[in-house]
Design a protein around this ligand. Structure first.
Ligand SMILES: Cc1cc2nc3c(=O)[nH]c(=O)nc-3n(C[C@H](O)[C@H](O)[C@H](O)COP(=O)(O)OP(=O)(O)OC[C@H]3O[C@@H](n4cnc5c(N)ncnc54)[C@H](O)[C@@H]3O)c2cc1C
Length: 415
């Protein structure tokens, strides 16, 4: 059987693959995208269950991300916004820690919050101001150390590191020890200082769906797991053969390495687990913000009410609760049944969780790639015509996936 021929053959329909396809589509190039699953989106997806929208892991989009432009339209996604700060549950109770410059009503609570000393608050403010002045290039070329060491070098107290920065950025990096690159920390701190986290009305899956709708559906082949790659020709598990002048491998790192027959370090990914509950009680928080566990003990990292941010996440009269657990010392996610998690969340945040109804939990094994250095090269040509792209070649995030695709596409289109 002769293989189907195309100029650009994309493997993987996550955000990287979709963004590559969009560039090629806009330039009227001949392309085909093959995706193993029955849908696009990869790690960014939402399930609809009993009227609730359940994202596969706690995930947000930052409106200060720049790499989705011009293909992503936040207005059409009808995003709902988190407030600028977060609640912190510490030993002396719960307080709200916001950005009073953008959320003036948070001034008093932020000033009196015991989560950070006045000096730490000043340092956090100064760090945000100085990062806002820096270009991304400056940040990505700055000296690189683990984030925890970087924070120590800036003189942040243990209290604010453990009580605020670790639970907040531990959730972003899926790493409570803050061993992730200080460059990524600075890049994301800047993005949080410049913008707001948000959720689309139809859930996070609306992001890949919006990109998908701009493509020619006939060029997207779903349920086609690529099983082999020889030269520029692929064979799928169903026996289909396709050949591209260029093959763009836009898979997650474990899948890409497995296809190439390369060995990957045992600890190549950070995993995460989220538990969803439904409640008819009104949320005890008055702002749509994350509630961080400022106590380093215990399995709970943070909780939130996504339906406070975006009411479409729960049916009328209900609220959706998301509880994310910490990774243990070896980086594994905490395994507990839902009853124990509800109980532990109650203890951690001093709330009554008896009325919570369990909906579902997600254990995402490959959440984020573990990378020695950031930002990576963006893309790689591993042999003539075969290219790698993905978040593991820039930095682990939606913006990183888009950036990798943008860099590879502009390189190929410049040819
Ligand atoms: C739980 C969780 C929370 C996150 N939270 C955030 C957040 O809040 N903000 C943020 O910016 N980022 C977040 N991220 C990171 C972000 O989602 C990823 O960096 C990004 O989606 C990666 O996109 P990708 O296309 O590179 O990879 P993927 O999404 O992994 O896509 C790869 C695609 O390749 C397909 N594939 C693999 N092998 C094959 C094969 N052999 N044949 C055909 N197809 C194949 C897969 O099915 C998949 O669709 C989070 C990630 C997770 C998992």
């Amino acid at each position: 059987m002769k293989p189907v021929e195309t100029d650009f053959l994309i493997i993987g329909g996550g955000l990287t693959g979709l963004m590559c396809a969009l560039h090629l589509h806009r330039h009227r190039k001949d392309y085909i995208l093959v995706e193993a699953a029955g849908r696009v989106g990869g790690r960014v997806w939402t399930d609809f269950q009993d009227g609730f929208l359940l994202d596969r892991g706690f995930q947000v989009y930052l409106d200060s991300y720049d790499q989705g432009i011009p293909y992503l339209d936040l207005t059409k996604l009808d995003v709902g916004y988190f407030s600028t700060g977060a609640y912190i549950q510490g030993s002396s109770g719960r307080s709200y820690f916001g950005d009073p410059l953008r959320e003036p009503s948070s001034l008093l609570s932020t000033l009196i919050s015991s989560a950070a000393s006045p000096l730490d608050k000043w340092k956090l403010f100064r760090l945000a101001q100085s990062l806002k002045q820096k270009s991304d290039e400056e940040i990505w070329s700055a000296p690189e150390v683990p984030t925890a060491a970087f924070l120590r070098s800036l003189g942040f107290s243990q209290k604010v590191q453990h009580g605020f920065l670790a639970p907040f950025f531990g959730g972003v990096f899926l790493d409570d020890s803050l061993g992730v690159s200080s460059r990524l920390f600075q890049f994301l701190y800047k993005r949080f200082a410049l913008g707001r986290a948000c959720l689309p009305r139809q859930g996070m899956a609306a992001i890949p769906q919006q990109l998908f709708r701009q493509l020619d559906p006939q060029r997207i082949l779903l349920h086609q797991q690529v099983a082999g790659l020889e030269g520029c020709e692929i064979k799928t598990e169903s026996g289909m053969k396709l050949r591209g002048r260029h093959v763009l491998c836009a898979m997650d790192q474990p899948s890409a390495f497995s296809l190439m027959g390369w060995r990957l370090e045992k600890t190549h990914s950070r995993s995460t687990r989220v538990y969803y509950f439904a409640t008819e009680e009104n949320p005890f928080l008055d702002r749509p913000a994350l509630l961080l566990n400022g106590n380093p003990e215990g399995p709970i990292r943070h909780m939130s009410f996504p339906s406070l941010v975006q009411p479409s996440y729960a049916p009328t009269g209900w609220h959706l609760v998301s509880v994310t657990t910490r990774n243990d010392i070896s980086g594994h996610v905490t395994e507990m049944n839902e009853k124990t998690i509800a109980l532990k969340a109650g203890e951690a945040f001093d709330i009554n969780t008896h009325h919570w109804n369990f909906l579902r939990s997600y254990h995402v094994l490959h959440g984020l790639p573990i990378m020695a250095s950031m930002s990576g090269p963006g893309f790689m040509e591993i042999r003539e015509g075969v290219w790698l792209a993905g978040d593991y070649l820039t930095y682990p995030s939606i913006n990183g996936a888009f950036q990798s695709a943008n860099q590879l596409a502009s390189h190929l289109l410049a040819d």
